[in-house]
Ligand binder design. Structure first.
Ligand code: NAD
Ligand code: TDX
Length: 337
């Protein structure tokens, strides 16, 4: 099989490329990535000489380069996106461009080249925000209600993918997953930001009252779920993928990280809240569990411990990242912290 991975130099994409080459060594994997601030080929150093792996630098909005890379492709897994909510608040334009318009370019090229499967990676954020006092969860039938420029642009891309299935018969599947964490995550996101700040002796910025709830999914569990959807998923269907956390809030997550690093709560700094901050996400992943037999391998505490260890042992990786463009962004977002 010839697999095209878009955004394969980003956090989840690079974990997926590594996972795929390890578990499907007979397949050819092409990684098509623009290398924005979030793309990092260092993540893929261990496979760069693998004859079944190829990197092509390009923008999913550019019809010519997409058309070129699509030749002979059987399956696409589409990760490429602008992915950080805070950046979408500072500047929504690239989010609409890449997430909505870029997805349209890929869909048209996939249709023209008779690709056998287009798997689209989406997020639970398209469903909006749940109340803290409720016990309900998002599932595949939840109505879309995105509330940030990021989630609105992801919702737009999901609608387009479904439209290409119904209108043109493009063989698609979609997954909406919760917050991922694990190795190679860009330190603008909460868990790697917290771990690396603490390792540098800095404080962790916690937005608002810190009682916001996320559902946490380890990136390798996510990769296994995508693999199952590609093998056994039904065309036109959507699958929700979540972790084993039960309504854990951001302060509780930080306290676990502090425990792992032997630090105390003096390292927490409450800062200005994110505008339009979604209060709670919780995801019901019964469908993928019942229909495809997927479940996370371990609970949050085990995976978090492994993640803290990875950032502790891979200091050079994140120090390089934090010394680049990130410095300017961090100052704009957090001031002097
Ligand atoms: P990321 O920001 O770490 O990586 C995105 C990658 O896409 C980068 O390598 C970047 O260079 C590339 N890219 C951006 N614009 C591009 C363009 N125009 N053309 C080609 N490549 C481009 O993102 P991530 O956290 O790995 O997320 C991957 C996907 O998963 C995204 O679609 C995101 O919406 C979705 N998702 C992420 C999470 C999460 O917790 N990280 C949760 C749910 C869904
Ligand atoms: O400095 C911070 N302080 C803080 O309190 C940051 C960066 C975040 N937070 C809070 C905001 C959220 O409640 O932590 C929580 C997680 O924040 P992010 O890591 O920015 O993730 P989130 O906004 O929940 O979105 C993520 O999950 C869904 C990914 O970034 C998206 O790509 C994905 O679609």
């Amino acid at each position: 099989m010839k697999l095209l991975v878009t955004g394969g130099a980003g956090f989840i994409g690079s974990n997926f490329v590594l996972y795929w080459l390890k578990n499907h060594p007979q397949d050819k994997v092409i990684n098509f990535d623009k290398l924005t601030y979030a793309g990092n080929l260092e993540n893929l150093e261990s496979v760069e000489n693998n004859p079944n792996y190829e990197f092509v630098q390009g923008d999913i909005c550019d019809e010519d380069s997409v058309e070129k890379v699509m030749a002979g492709v059987d399956t696409i897994v589409h990760f490429a996106a602008e992915s950080h909510v805070d950046r979408s608040i500072l500047n929504p334009s690239d989010f609409v461009k890449t997430n909505v318009l870029g997805t349209r370019v890929l869909l048209d090229s996939a249709l023209k080249n008779k690709v056998k499967r287009f798997h689209h990676i989406s997020t639970d954020e398209v469903f909006g925000s749940l109340k803290l006092e409720d016990k309900n969860k998002f599932n595949e039938r939840t109505t879309y209600n995105p509330r940030s420029p990021y989630s609105a642009s992801k919702a737009g891309s999901d609608h387009l993918v479904r439209a290409y299935y119904f209108t043109y018969g493009l063989p698609v599947t979609i997954s909406n997953c919760s917050n991922n964490f694990g190795p190679y995550q860009f330190p603008e996101k909460f868990i790697p930001l917290a771990i690396t700040n603490l390792l540098e002796g800095k404080k962790v910025p916690v937005y608002g009252d810190g009682l916001y709830v996320r559902d946490w999914l380890y990136v390798e569990d996510h990769c296994r779920a995508i693999d199952l959807i590609l093998q056994k998923g039904k065309l036109g269907e959507t699958y929700c993928i979540g972790g084993l956390t039960q309504d854990i809030n951001n302060l509780e997550v930080i306290k676990k990280i502090l425990d792992n690093l032997g630090k105390d709560e003096k390292s927490i700094e409450f800062v200005k809240d994110r505008p339009g901050h979604d209060r709670r996400y919780a995801l019901d992943w019964t469908k993928i569990n019942k229909e495809l037999g997927w479940k996370p391998l371990y609970g949050f505490d085990e995976w978090l411990k492994k993640t803290v260890k990875w950032y502790t042992e891979n200091r050079r990786w994140w120090e390089d990242v934090k010394n680049g463009e990130y410095k300017k962004y961090y100052k704009k977002q957090y001031g002097v912290l």
